[in-house]
Design a protein. Structure first.
Length: 290
């Protein structure tokens, strides 16, 4: 019986015929070869399936699954994970690519720390020179103190221990903020490895859902509200005083985002944000100066 691969690369796909071949080839041409590539098509209406099957016919490590109904982004990611057999899962959207050494770097980093549940790339002036293990409290503190920004990374920049992912029953299905939420949930229960490289290629194009984030003020507001929710959970790993400190900061950011909305998004946009927050103007002004 063939031994399971170390890494399951999970590619969820919906109408990505323009990019899928490059995505697949970036995995095949990488230096790390102990993988399976699981492609799960979510009822594409273009030639995505034909492209995936063509590559699968040439390499047994590529497995193509066709959904009977359209599941949507995060439910399809959960479905892809349920088909994985590797110790680690590595999401790679069908319009993105891995660099030649991406899997080598990720696997080396997380294998150094057996207790780690996941690893994320960090960037900026505070990134570590070598992979660094953070305990749950350290992870939350590093992000909410503003020292590191890793909770805003996409699954492209993450590698996850499959049993850790399964213990949380995968993504909740929350749209737009699903990745942000997942890193909070994983970091609550498992140590995180912070990596400092960036050996992946994130493609920007008009068909991405992330384009909505740049235009709709409610979506960034939802991120801020989720921060408040995650910080106020009983299982938040921060000490009570640091938890309260960051909760107040999160509330301040939310309130100021709405108040600044008059300038950034006009009266209509600010009113939409206020309604979405379920807070009175009095409460928003109070939180903005807390």
């Amino acid at each position: 019986m063939k031994e399971a691969p170390l890494v399951s690369v999970l590619t969820t796909c919906y109408n990505r015929e323009s990019y899928l071949a490059e995505c697949i080839e970036s995995v095949l041409n990488g230096h790390f070869q102990d993988f399976e590539l699981v492609i799960v098509d979510d009822q594409s209406t273009d030639d995505s399936v034909a492209i995936a099957k063509r590559y699968a016919s040439q390499d047994a490590r590529i497995k193509v699954h066709l959904n009977e109904v359209n599941l949507g982004d995060y439910l399809n990611r959960n479905h892809a994970a349920s088909l994985a057999t590797g110790k680690y899962i590595k999401y790679l959207d069908a319009d993105d690519m891995l660099g030649k050494w991406a899997l080598d770097i990720m696997v080396d980093a997380i294998e150094r720390f057996p207790d780690a549940g996941f690893a994320l790339f960090d960037h900026g002036p505070n990134r570590p020179l070598y992979p660094r293990l953070l305990a749950p409290e350290e992870t939350f503190e590093a992000f909410y103190s503003g020292e590191h920004d890793f909770f805003h990374r996409s699954p492209l920049t993450a590698i996850i221990r499959r049993d850790a992912f399964e213990s949380l029953n995968g993504f909740t299905g929350a749209r737009y903020v699903g990745d942000f939420e997942m890193w909070h949930r994983l970091a609550t229960h498992f140590p995180m490895v912070m990596m400092s490289a960036w050996p992946v290629f994130w493609r920007r194009h008009d068909a991405q859902e992330s384009e909505d984030i740049r235009q709709d003020p409610i979506i960034p507001l939802t991120y801020l509200q989720l921060s408040e929710t995650m910080l106020q959970r009983e299982d938040c790993p921060l000490s009570p005083d640091r938890q309260e400190h960051h909760v107040q900061q999160a509330k301040r950011k939310t309130a100021r985002s709405i108040l600044y909305g008059f300038k950034r998004h006009g009266i209509g946009g600010a009113l939409r944000m206020k309604r979405h927050s379920n807070r009175s103007w009095t409460q928003l002004f109070k939180d903005s100066f807390s």
